[in-house]
Design a protein around this ligand. Structure first.
Ligand code: SAH
Length: 351
């Protein structure tokens, strides 16, 4: 007896040309692939695909899997309309996405892994380690479901949710292909940011892919001994290697790098730190454009870190600006709804 073990493909991970190949092999017209791709990116089930024949829908449901994340919790900030979703994936893994409303459109912050293994000391996402990578379709479907839920187009994507995107490299690259493909969500690469704690080998690799996305670097310290203490990845690649990779990324892509600097009271937020941060970045970038985002740390109980007072944050920003460094203090959105990365997943896994 012949025994076939066929792994069903996740249809949300498929590009239009792959859907075409599959349909052609089945005996359906290839142009139907475009319609199916559009339906999928609008969050439709097979049954809802009204311009696809019943037989073809049957074929799709027998040969592929289609699971959208389920919204298990949704919190809407009364202060600024920020929406935070706690999603359950097909296997019960919990992840988070946050939709932020700006004058220039809607932005979504998405997760790339269920959990994280990078171990940054201030971050709630890494407390339980990494459970698994998300597939490209699972990364994508956070946008699909959120867009459908708010009933408005999502214009910008930041990969700053749970997980380290460059630690899930292949799935993230495929996600970039899917999200930019015509006929689907079709979000331009200039509207996408990817944030990393500094996987230097992958930064060089990403530069070679030449997507015009914005690279965001979680820097948070100016000296190796201080960064080693809060971000274990720094023991593998120190600040010099990281900033050299950033400079190479800029030289290759021409895209301005964005640096995230989380202000932790008494650890990295003194005037001396501000001066060192300015001279460090100017050393590698000189006249090349870059930007610093300052984020007062959100307290995660386990870390014991707190943000400084308003005055020290203001002083830090001013020192950077006086030194010729472009810096903005990140607006705190959703502060009433645990909107910081990993807080909800962590809370719910503790229950
Ligand atoms: N792994 C990626 C993306 C996820 S973290 C990275 O490290 O960049 C997204 C951003 O939120 C990072 O800059 C991270 O350092 C920051 N962050 C994490 N926990 C935080 C907290 N408690 N308060 C403020 N920022 C935090």
């Amino acid at each position: 007896m012949l025994y076939y073990c066929i792994m069903k493909k996740e249809i949300l991970c498929m590009m239009p040309y792959e859907l075409e190949d599959m349909l052609r092999a089945y005996g359906e017209k290839a142009y139907k692939a475009k319609q199916i791709f559009a339906w999928l990116h609008r969050g439709a089930t097979f049954d809802e695909m009204s311009d696809i024949s019943k037989k073809t829908r049957q074929f799709l449901s027998e040969n592929t899997t289609l699971v959208y994340p389920e919204i298990v919790q949704k919190q809407v900030s009364k202060l600024d309309g920020t929406v935070k979703y706690l999603f359950s994936m097909y296997d019960g893994q919990l992840i988070e996405s946050v939709v932020m409303r700006y004058k220039h459109g809607n932005s979504i912050c998405i997760s790339s892994q269920a959990g994280c293994r990078m171990g940054c000391r201030f971050c709630a996402s890494t407390l339980g380690g990494k459970a698994r990578d998300l597939s490209s379709g699972e990364i994508l479907s956070q946008i699909i479901v959120a867009q459908k839920d708010i009933g408005e187009r999502i214009d910008n994507v930041v990969m700053m949710g749970i997980g380290e995107p460059l630690d899930n490299y292949d799935n993230v690259i495929r996600f970039l292909e899917l999200v930019g493909a015509p006929g689907g969500l079709n979000i331009g690469y200039r509207h996408i940011s990817l944030s990393t704690c500094g996987l230097v080998d992958r930064i060089y690799r990403l530069a070679e892919e030449e997507y015009p996305i914005t690279l965001s670097i979680s820097l948070h310290a100016t000296r190796d001994e201080e960064r080693d203490e809060i971000m274990p990845i720094n023991k593998k690649w120190g600040i010099d290697e990281l900033l050299s990779a950033c400079r190479a990324y800029f030289d290759k892509t021409g895209r301005r790098i964005s640096f995230e600097y989380t202000l932790i009271h008494g650890k990295n937020d003194t005037p001396a730190h501000a001066k060192r941060l300015a001279s460090l970045l100017l050393k590698y970038f000189d006249k090349a454009p870059f930007h610093v985002n300052l984020i007062p740390v959100n307290t995660v109980a386990e870390s014991g870190f707190t943000a400084g007072n308003e005055q020290s944050i203001k002083r830090f920003t001013e020192i950077l600006e006086k030194s010729g460094v472009n810096a903005t203090r990140r607006r705190r959105l959703g502060s009433d709804i645990d909107a910081s990365c990993g807080q909800l997943r962590h809370k719910n896994s503790n229950k």
